[in-house]
Design a binder for this molecule. Structure first.
Ligand code: ASP
Length: 440
């Protein structure tokens, strides 16, 4: 029989009604055997996430008040689900950790209690992630040890619920992944169980072809490859934690992104590989973000100084500036960097670059916004770039930067920040709603 690993996000577990819905989904198919859960998330837009409450309680003089609210939330869930679970000891441990300033332990307790609730409701085994997700001395996940320990532990349970987001070091100390990290635990469990599919249940029906905050009602992406997902996620399409891709990719397990509120929707299937031209639209998706600065350098005969670029990058590295793209001319060089690593330090960087390469001119300025057009089917298709630039030209938008990988999987375009939304809509219309019009 096939084996499915499921992960439910915080909004899918926000209250008893949501948890019941998730349990129905799990129980509706025999092969849904291992379940990874987040902590309860927001029930409504102004609500608090349990993980935020826990973090907020850390060394906070008002910790008792926060923990009382949190306790009430969990107790209401337990009562409404009509299960017998005593969380008094867990709450006492939370109070002690808040007083002792144990941040990561606190952050992990939402998943810890939420998983116990789900295991009790389903009648599944409960596996503590501290026993199978292994962190090293640097506080990073030890992937090999984790894979081994998780596979070993799963071999004793046919069906189990596992808390997401945390693990432990050799000394038993709890460590957490970065926020949203239950997705990573889901991928770890899928890999260790050699699952046929990793179902990731959230509050949206998969990935959309463009950012729904920018483009109205974008179409969902039916299928994409891990590499396409990486390109889109890196540039802002965030439905899945980016580190969750690696364990699943390594073992070739497909991920299906699904919506707990609309389980009938097909969602998005993410697979290891699809040959270009083997079906699907020309463009898989468009993502983008603001938050970049440009460092523009100019120097006569720059191209004859072989170590010009290495010396510039050395300055950036020394100052912790992370660079994204380096479009260049013969005697000019532009470096697109993450704004938050430069902002407020412009003078220092200006000075150090002047010392390092003695340029004729340096300009450090905000922008551009970057857009990425991603599609495995773009490889070898003539005219894609021209369609992108024509769509932008049609709106009077200047292209400030352009970058295309040699595998033709993505085209990255820089535009003025003020044109970002208009640019994304123009490209979407050109490739997605335009195609609809053409075929109708
Ligand atoms: N509960 C954690 C967070 O809010 C982890 C997760 O939900 O994936 O980030």
């Amino acid at each position: 029989m096939s084996l499915t690993v499921l992960k439910f996000g915080g909004t899918s577990l926000a209250d008893a009604a949501c948890i019941k819905q998730a349990a129905e989904i799990i129980l509706s198919k025999q092969d849904r055997r291992y379940v990874v859960v987040s902590a309860p998330g927001k029930r409504f837009s102004d609500d608090e996430k349990i993980t935020d409450m826990l973090l907020n309680s850390c060394s906070n003089p008002k910790a008792d008040e926060i923990i009382a609210r949190l306790a009430e939330r969990f107790e209401t869930i337990i009562k409404e689900l009509d299960i017998s679970l005593n969380i008094e000891e867990d709450l006492a441990a939370i109070r002690a950790a808040a007083e002792g300033g144990k941040r990561e332990f606190l952050a992990s307790r939402g998943e810890y209690i939420s998983s116990k609730i789900m295991a009790e409701l389903l009648g599944y085994d409960w596996i503590d992630a501290a026993k199978c997700v292994v962190f090293n001395d640097k506080g990073e996940c030890d992937w090999n040890a984790t894979r081994k320990a998780t596979a070993e532990r799963l071999s004793h349970s046919y069906r189990a619920v596992i808390p997401g987001f945390y693990g432990a070091g050799a000394d038993g100390e709890i460590h957490t992944f970065s926020r949203g990290g239950s997705d990573i635990t889901g991928a770890i469990v899928a890999e260790a169980a050699q699952a046929d599919v990793y179902e990731n249940w959230t509050d949206v029906s998969g990935f959309m072809m463009a950012d729904p905050k920018v483009v109205k009602n974008p179409k969902p992406i039916e299928t994409m490859t891990y590499r396409e997902l990486r390109e889109l996620s890196y540039m802002g399409a965030s439905v899945l934690h980016e580190d969750a891709v690696f364990p699943a990719k390594r073992s070739g397990i497909p991920i299906r992104m699904l919506n707990t509120k609309r389980p009938q929707d097909p969602g998005t299937l993410i697979v290891p590989y699809l040959a270009p031209g083997s079906g699907g639209p020309l463009i898989t998706g468009i993502a983008g973000k603001k938050g970049f600065y440009t460092i523009a350098l100019e120097k006569d005969r720059m191209s004859t100084e072989a170590d010009f670029l290495p010396r510039v990058l050395e300055v950036l590295l020394r100052n912790g500036v992370s660079f994204e793209h380096v479009p260049s001319g013969i005697d000019t060089l532009s470096i697109i960097v993450a704004a938050d690593t430069v902002k407020g330090r412009e003078n220092l960087i200006y000075r150090e670059l002047t010392e390092a390469v003695n340029p004729d001119g340096i300009e450090i300025k905000q922008g551009p916004a970057l857009l990425t057009v991603v599609g495995r089917n773009m490889a070898g298709t003539i005219g894609t770039l021209s369609r992108v630039t024509s769509a932008l030209a049609g709106q009077g938008i200047t292209v400030r930067m352009i970058d295309q990988g040699s595998d033709e999987l993505n085209i990255i375009i820089g535009v003025d920040e003020s044109c970002f939304e208009q640019a994304m809509n123009a490209i979407y219309r050109e490739f997605v709603s335009g195609e609809e019009k053409a075929s109708s």
